[in-house]
Design a protein around this ligand. Structure first.
Ligand SMILES: [Zn+2]
Length: 318
């Protein structure tokens, strides 16, 4: 399994189901380090490092803490082109529009692959974008070019400083306790965050609390029911034990979101060629060089069998 060995016994604790707590009957083993809740079906890591021991499993060069050289100039050109071609809403105006129509359009274009998630334009001036797990602020750079007021939190202090230096509003905070008032954000992004958390339900409750009534939270996590997980079993790279504590399917992620007061509006899956390559390597198969998604991977993602789940939620209305 693509994992690191867990260290001394004092640094280890029992995993638990984020939906049921400690289920009885006891969890069913899937393979070493991974169990399934017999009540709700959620897969989780067991045993797992204690929160105090976990930082040891994140080296300082953990990829999300590095700035990968986004080129704001080329962003801006691309965005101008998209706008000219009618792929983006017009420049946001100062008043808050009936947001649903705009969001529906944004959701639709991303659904059909006309525009990537990354091209999501701000629905109005001063629309607030919060990236939970912002790293050095790569996503925030593009969001700002698209008209958003950009906010970011992360646990990595150096990365947060980096993002703040680029002019984004930042805080060092965990996703389970976000230092903001109620109902102030239009869009929240949790990209590859939820699977790392000890309290994913608390994090989604925080999202539900922070969202404006018309706001959207986009959650991206590995899809442990996808083709790669089935094909490569324990060699699937995105199990990433012990850093990933929870492993979601559409059903278990939807259950968690609903428990947190959210309503799932859109579900799709995305391909991840890097995960597939690393899984092949771990399984001792031949690996081809390119990280460009193959036609087969794109097709699988479209039919809901991709390596990542991408779920868009809105607050539940009474
Ligand atoms: Zn459960």
């Amino acid at each position: 399994m693509a994992s690191q060995e867990i260290g001394a016994e004092a640094d280890v604790e029992n995993g638990r189901c984020a939906l049921c707590g400690d289920p009885s009957p006891p969890a069913e083993p899937v393979w070493p380090g991974l169990v399934r809740c017999p009540v709700c079906g959620l897969l989780y890591t067991h045993p797992r490092p204690t929160p105090a021991a976990m930082p040891r499993y994140y080296e300082s060069d953990y990829y999300s803490y590095q700035f990968h050289g986004v080129r704001p100039r080329s962003h801006r050109l691309k965005i101008a082109l998209w706008r000219a071609l009618g792929m983006l809403p017009p420049r946001p105006r100062s008043s808050r529009p009936p947001a649903l129509a705009r969001w529906a359009r944004a959701l639709l274009t991303s659904q059909h692959g006309v525009a990537a998630t990354w091209t999501l334009a701000a629905p109005c001036a001063e629309a607030r974008f919060l990236d939970v797990g912002c790293g050095a602020g790569e996503r925030l750079e593009l969001a700002r070019d698209l008209g958003w007021e950009t906010w970011g939190v992360d646990l990595g202090e150096a990365a947060v400083r980096d993002a703040a230096r680029r002019g984004h509003r930042t805080a060092v905070a965990s996703a389970e306790a976000l230092p903001f008032g109620d109902a102030i954000f239009d869009y929240l992004n949790l990209s590859h965050v939820l699977e790392h958390l000890y309290e994913p339900l608390e994090a989604l409750r925080e999202c539900s609390r922070l969202l404006r009534p018309e706001g959207v939270v986009q959650i991206t996590v590995p899809n442990c029911a996808g083709w790669g997980a089935r094909r490569y079993g324990p060699h699937w790279r995105a199990w990433d034990l012990p850093r990933h504590l929870y492993h979601f399917t559409v059903a278990t992620l939807t259950a968690l979101a609903e428990r947190a007061g959210l309503r799932v509006a859109v579900t799709r899956t995305l391909t991840d060629e890097w995960v597939l390559q690393e899984s092949r390597r771990a399984a001792g198969e031949k690996v081809h060089g390119s990280l460009r998604p193959t036609y087969a991977s794109r097709l699988r993602a479209r039919r809901g069998d991709g390596e990542n789940l991408d779920v868009w939620c809105m607050p539940q209305t009474e």
